[in-house]
Design a binder for this molecule. Structure first.
Ligand SMILES: Nc1ncnc2c1ncn2[C@H]1C[C@H](O)[C@@H](COP(=O)(O)OP(=O)(O)OP(=O)(O)O)O1
Ligand SMILES: Nc1nc2c(ncn2[C@@H]2O[C@H](COP(=O)(O)OP(=O)(O)O)[C@@H](O)[C@H]2O)c(=O)[nH]1
Length: 226
């Protein structure tokens, strides 16, 4: 079997991690692992980690590192036969160090998007809470205003996507993410993309992954995941 591919995508809230991850998953056949989605699944299933995480998420706070690593590392261990792209984890240096000791990453994609653009996008972000599906009233609106395309259920806006909470959240992200970015830069696996539009970043991400992922491997992944 050809070598498995391990990637992480980093970026502030609203930078397009979810949007780009979905494209990577469908085009390169990598499994998209979102820490936020996984937390929400654990909350719905009332697992021990889900119960612990719930109180933090409701406050809009980060879940403590030991809860996150206890949740994510076993999930990654289950993925021994798949290539994956991690979105939302690691968020802190402690999480990055825990991930480091569990596996070797091939590539880290870091999205560098201007603050004004992030604020504008998140103002228009609406979510289907049960699935984590994300819409933007300008960039990718739902087919029918205010409802999820798949289930027809109502969309909501996160309290912390509202303008009052946003600036503090983005500032906090920057402080926490800097040592994580520095760590991956020092390891020589960081690839930074700066622009205001996902569609302009995408061709560069796509050609980076095309160069790094052997074609036969991408085909094999697609065959097992679809
Ligand atoms: N790696 C992590 N460490 C700590 N907390 C986390 C981590 N991943 C997710 N969380 C928490 C933070 C949020 O309160 C919640 C939802 O996360 P997520 O779906 O990534 O939404 P978000 O709105 O914080 O980020 P984004 O806007 O980048 O999608 O879970
Ligand atoms: N206007 C605009 N919106 C975008 C672009 N890329 C993503 N979005 C939207 O911006 C919001 C944040 O994107 P998302 O992928 O959820 O980012 P994440 O928080 O980093 O996972 C969502 O509502 C997306 O639909 C873009 O290039 N332009």
């Amino acid at each position: 079997m050809s070598k498995l591919f391990r990637a992480v995508i980093l970026g502030p809230p609203g930078s397009g991690k979810g949007t780009i991850s979905e494209r990577v998953a469908s085009i390169f056949g990598l499994q998209h692992l979102s820490s936020g989605d996984f937390l929400r699944q654990n909350i719905t299933a009332n697992t021990e980690a889900g119960i612990l995480a719930k109180a933090y998420i409701e406050k809009g706070a980060l879940v403590p590192d030991h809860v996150m690593t206890r949740l994510m590392l076993p999930r990654l261990e289950e993925m021994t036969r798949h290539s994956w792209l991690l979105d939302g984890f690691p968020r802190t240096l402690a999480q990055a160090e825990a991930l480091n000791s569990a596996c070797d990453l091939d590539v880290v994609i870091s999205l560098n998007i201007p603050l004004e653009t992030l604020k504008e996008r998140l103002r228009h972000r609406w979510i289907h809470p049960a699935s984590g599906r994300v819409y933007n009233m300008c960039f990718n609106p739902p087919r029918v205003q205010g409802v999820d395309d798949i289930t027809g259920e109502p969309l909501i806006q996160h309290e912390d996507d509202k303008p009052e909470a946003l600036v503090a959240r983005l500032r906090h992200y920057k402080d926490v993410a800097k040592p994580v970015i520095d760590l991956y830069r020092a390891k020589g696996i960081l690839h930074m993309f700066s622009d205001t539009e996902t569609d302009r970043i995408w061709p560069y991400v796509s050609s980076l992954l095309s160069a790094k992922i052997p074609t036969d491997h991408a085909d094999a992944q697609r065959a097992t995941t679809h």
